[in-house]
Structure formats: structure tokens, C-alpha cells
Design a protein. Structure first.
Length: 433
């Protein structure tokens, strides 16, 4: 079903006109409310009057995660604090998370775009939907939650963890849909099998999977093992959260809610716009956001755009699945992790050499992170208690900075291989097949 035909099936001319009008309004808004953007535009000798339509977007400055970090925590907020009703956060490249703020209207648009996505998957008011993205600062839980409520289905705010209890709820409450990371869906399938439950005892029929890259093979495996149909959902906290784009029944690319999030593809090196169909870095401008609107935000996600009307009837542009990023961000159990976050923790503890290695793997469908780090000679001892204490202190610090637990492995001085030239800090053994 199409949730909002007037916005999802607009003619191209109407859409471009709407986007142009919204962009003009947005530029005036940020110029007057965000000193960062006013300064950037002044440096470029650009005034809001220079933006007359959507094609003028290329004149505007880019925004990067570094800009968000430099303006931590609230520097890029356009709305006054009294208008901000919710804050979320995601990992930054160092200890500081990226903070995003939403006005009441932003939240209502978010639940609208989520309802469009769920509708496209075939979710109706009759469905009972389990939201198994993490609730909290991460946008996955609450983002999906309010979308399900807006659509009128029943939401089960299961969150993550306690998987056996969750499986029992899925069976006993006749849960028909689930929103979670694709790797958690595979883990769930494993637990269902381990508990001796046959998939025919479950009523699951729809999955909304995202927050991390996944493949057609993973889709087939999840569908087969859980007896449902899995759909992609894409988003990022800086732009909104889940619901920036979504798959329809055709499952051929994800439709972007481009009346709210204007996409461009650029060459990450030259920053020049690339034509449709060519893979490059995805860039978004938030056309309607009030809390923290962003101009030309560089997502670092690599994809391409697919213009043209989809057989489902929607006209909003589609993006191909994301298989890579142009930076070093890792996504572990759906959580964004930057090697530099681990580095900042290690550098902050006198017991360690600045030598470490992250080993990422997938065991039993769950991502694992091992942090190997060299202990300084003065602190390395055969006193097991002391070593265990040190290990625990590092584990606790990493957990609080990364929001996921890491398996710490203390290494003897000089044991991590030195490399000539660019040092290798990450071994990612996961193969997405
Ligand atoms: O992951 C929002 C989200 C929650 C999306 C739940 C979908 C479902 P962040 O934590 O800010 O926000 O991470 C955003 O995750 O730039 C991509 O690299 C990656 N990502 C998100 N969805 C997908 C997807 C949420 N469907 C970063 N496929 C993005 C591939 C995805 N990568």
C-alpha cells in the first residue's frame, strides 16, 4: 500500500518544484539561525537570494561529521532549545558523540516517513510489530516505534537482548513483523531453532532490516529461516534516523523520501556531482528539518541513484544497496564504531602503548570485536590479579565510549606487528556473502 500517494507518486516536475521551494526556505532559515552556515555562505560570497531552485543546491557548502564534532554539542542547532523536544546521538569519530535535536514537527515528519516505509512493506493496522532495534540514544528503536504507532499497527517495544524471551513473545503474541538489524535477525533464527521451535509456529511475515550493510544472500537466508519477507530500511541519525529510504514490493532499490531528504551523489575525491547511475558518495540536504537542518551532509556511504518510475507506482528516486563507505567507520551489531574512538581510550590510559589492533568477526551470526593492545613494559607483570584488573578497566571504558562490549586482549610489549607506512589497525574477518 502507498501511504502518501500525493508525495510518493508526484510527477518529476512537481517534485523538483517542491524541493526548490523548500530549499529556498531552508537556506533563509539556516542563514539566519545557524552562525556556522551564515559564515560559510559569506565566505563563499553567497546570499540566500542566490538560491532560486533545486538546481542551485550545488552552490551550497558541504557539511561533514567533522563539522558536527567541531560544533559539539549544540552548535548546529537551528531551533531554540524551547522548541527542541528530543535529542538522539550517534558515534563521532572520537569520544564525542554526534548530537541531533528534533522539534515536534521533525518528529511528526519522522513518523510519517517511517509509516510510508512500513506501508510499502505491506504492514497494516492488523499487524503486531516488534521493534528490536536498541531504544535509547540510537535512533533505531524510537524511530521505528513511532512509525509503527503512526501507521496504527500494534508496537511491541522489545528492544535488543534477552532473545529467548523475545522469541516466546513472537510466538505467544502472534507477532507478524519485526524491525532489527539483519545480523540480529539471523541470530534470532538461530535461537528459534535452538529452542526447538519450528518457524511454522510463528506468524512472522515482514522484516524491516537496516542500520548495517546486508546482501541478497543474507536476505534469502533470513527469509528462509524465519519464514518472512525482509525489506531494506536505510537512514542515519544526522539526517533523521531510520526511514530516509525504504524498499517497496519490487525490492529493486530503496525509495528515498526526497520531498524531505534531497539526495546527491558526489565523487568523494573531487566533490563534483556525479550523474545518475554512477556510484559515489551519498549527500543529503534536509529540506524540512527544523531542529538541526543540514546542507549537503556527506554521509560517506557509497551508492548510486536510480531515477525513473518504479513498477510499484512510486516516482521518488531509488538508491542501490550500500556496500561500502568512503571512511573507516565500522558497523558492529548495528552500532557505528570508529577505530579512533578506541585509540582515544587507549591513549588516555598510561598503562598502554599506542599500539592496538581491532579484530572484527562474526560468530554464530553475531558480530564480535576484539581489541588487542600492548601493555607498557613498566606495567606488564605476571601478577594475574593486576592484569585482570587492568583488562576490566579498559573493557569498561571501551563499553562506555563505544556502547558495545569488546573482548580485550592484553598483549606483551612489542608483540603487535609493526608495519611500514600506513599501519593496519583493523582486521575485519566478516565476509558478507
Ligand atoms: O543506523 C539509523 C537506522 C536505524 C537505519 C535502524 C535503519 C534502521 P546511524 O547509527 O547514524 O543511524 O548509522 C548510520 O548506518 O550512514 C550507513 O553507513 C549505515 N546504514 C544504515 N542503514 C543501512 C542500510 C542508523 N539499510 C549509518 N544498509 C549509515 C546499509 C546502512 N547501511
Amino acid at each position: 500500500m502507498i501511504w502518501n500517494t500525493s508525495k510518493e507518486c508526484m510527477s518529476r516536475e512537481q517534485m523538483r518544484e517542491l524541493q526548490g521551494k523548500r530549499l529556498q526556505k531552508l537556506v533563509v532559515y539556516v542563514y539566519h539561525n545557524v552562525p556556522f552556515y551564515r559564515r560559510k555562505m559569506q565566505e563563499m560570497d553567497l546570499s540566500p537570494d542566490d538560491i532560486r531552485g533545486i538546481d542551485d543546491i550545488v552552490k551550497l557548502p558541504f557539511t561533514t561529521k567533522q563539522d558536527l564534532r567541531d560544533n559539539y554539542p549544540y552548535g548546529l542547532m537551528a531551533a531554540p532549545p524551547s522548541e527542541v523536544v528530543r535529542v538522539h546521538a550517534s558515534s563521532g569519530t572520537t569520544g564525542n558523540p554526534t548530537i541531533v535535536g528534533y522539534t515536534r514537527r521533525d518528529l511528526s515528519i519522522w513518523s510519517e516517513v517511517m509509516a510510508r516505509s512500513l506501508s510499502a512493506y505491506g504492514v497494516t493496522r492488523e499487524d503486531t510489530f516488534s521493534v528490536s532495534y536498541g531504544y535509547g540514544l540510537f535512533t533505531g528503536g524510537l524511530g521505528a516505534h513511532y512509525g509503527v504507532e503512526n501507521l496504527g499497527a500494534t508496537v511491541i517495544p522489545a528492544s535488543t537482548g534477552n532473545t529467548e524471551k523475545h522469541v516466546r513473545l513472537i510466538r505467544d503474541l502472534h507477532i507478524t513483523g519485526i524491525a532489527c538489524t539483519p545480523s540480529y535477525a539471523l541470530y534470532l533464527a538461530e535461537v528459534v531453532e535452538r529452542m526447538g521451535i519450528d518457524k511454522s509456529e510463528l506468524d512472522l511475515r515482514i522484516g524491516a532490516f537496516g542500520a548495517e550493510p546486508w546482501t541478497e544472500n543474507m536476505r534469502r537466508e533470513i527469509q528462509e529461516r524465519l519464514g518472512l519477507k525482509g525489506y531494506n530500511i536505510y537512514g542515519l541519525s544526522e539526517i533523521m534516523g531510520p526511514g530516509v529510504s525504504y524498499e517497496c514490493q519490487e525490492q529493486h532499490g530503496s525509495h528515498i523520501n526526497e520531498d524531505h531528504f534531497y539526495p546527491e551523489i558526489i565523487d568523494p575525491e573531487t566533490l563534483c556531482p556525479l550523474p545518475a547511475g554512477v556510484q559515489g558518495e551519498l549527500v543529503f540536504t534536509t529540506l524540512t528539518k527544523e531542529g538541526m537542518p543540514l546542507l549537503r551532509y556527506r554521509t560517506k556511504d557509497l551508492t548510486s541513484l536510480m531515477p525513473g518510475t518504479c513498477p510499484c507506482g512510486r516516482t521518488n528516486v531509488r538508491m542501490t544497496p550500500i556496500m561500502g563507505r568512503s571512511d573507516d567507520m565500522l558497523i558492529i551489531r548495528g552500532i557505528n564504531v570508529f577505530p579512533s574512538q578506541v585509540e582515544s581510550v587507549i591513549l588516555g590510559m598510561k598503562e598502554f602503548e599506542p599500539r592496538y589492533m581491532l579484530v572484527v568477526d562474526r560468530r554464530g551470526n553475531l558480530d564480535t570485536l576484539e581489541v588487542q593492545v600492548e601493555v607498557r613494559r613498566d606495567f606488564f607483570t605476571d601478577d594475574i590479579g593486576a592484569m585482570l584488573g587492568l583488562k576490566k578497566r579498559l573493557s569498561d571504558k571501551l563499553k562506555s565510549v563505544l556502547s558495545i562490549s569488546a573482548d580485550v586482549k592484553l598483549m606483551e610489549p612489542n608483540s603487535i606487528a609493526r608495519s611500514e607506512g600506513k599501519s593496519q589497525r583493523v582486521i575485519d574477518k566478516r565476509v558478507l556473502v
